[in-house]
Design a binder for this molecule. Sequence first.
Ligand SMILES: [Zn+2]
Length: 98
Amino acid sequence: MSVEHDRVIAKARGERSFICLRCRYELDGVPMNDAHGVVCPECGYEMRFHVQVRLESNDQVYQQSVKKTLNRMDRVLTRLAFGLVAVAVVVVLVMIFF
Ligand SMILES: [Zn+2]
């Protein structure tokens, strides 16, 4: 594993706390092995730090339009979910009373 990854992970662990993915135990100070792995001292769950590099647009107009589209999709999906729940409630009520 690369020394550069070790540095990036150490920096990230210094800036925020990571918690066990199974039991939510705080992993501050839990040593990392050579494969970037950590074992939760509370529940024994084995995890691994993963370093990811992401390329994103520097175009502010494009970024704004992507955000707006995602917000719009979020609203549509939320309304759809509420609609489905309402339909399910009506169906259950009809089944109970008729
Ligand atoms: Zn755990």
